[in-house]
Ligand binder design. Structure first.
Ligand code: RB5
Length: 148
């Protein structure tokens, strides 16, 4: 499973640490920026990851800004993306199992690096509970998306 990661200037250090952490666990991580000394508006980073994930349904995205909220709002504007902003492990796991989210967002100004690592672990380990009530609800989300 390919992983795309990006951040804005509020979260460069955390993004780099999480990318390294995931690579050490043998994940295939593509870093879409930004790097130390750069600045970017969070919707621009969010779009980079969202477009990649939308084009490859087997992939997942990780977006980190100050709060995670701006990233999730922006990423959710891209067709096919279900982005969730979380601050703890329970929601990280459940947003895979219930919402089939394909992008996880969190805030470098909200959580610490150890919690961030636990969140990505829980998120990547969990699987969507397909074929039942959760699938029907995700279908309703898709319908909303079609309606615009
Ligand atoms: C940037 O200062 C900050 O607004 C951004 O990182 C993020 O928290 C937005 O949701």
């Amino acid at each position: 499973m390919k992983l795309y990661i990006a951040c804005d200037h509020a979260a460069i250090e955390m993004k780099n640490e999480i990318a390294q952490y995931l690579r050490e666990k043998n994940h295939d991580v593509e870093d879409l920026g930004i790097n130390i000394g750069e600045k970017i508006d969070y919707p621009v980073s969010a779009e980079r990851v969202a477009r990649k994930v939308a084009a490859d349904p087997a992939s997942r995205g990780i977006l980190i800004c100050g709060t995670g909220i701006g990233m999730s709002i922006a990423a959710n504007k891209v067709h096919g993306v279900r982005a969730a902003a979380v601050s703890e492990v329970y929601s990280a796991k459940l947003t895979r199992i219930h919402n089939n989210s394909n992008v996880i967002c969190f805030g470098a100004r909200v959580i610490g690096i150890e919690t961030a690592k636990m969140i990505v672990d829980a998120y990547l380990e969990a699987e969507f509970e397909d074929g039942g009530r959760h699938a029907a609800r995700v279908e309703l989300i898709n319908k909303l998306e079609q309606q615009g």
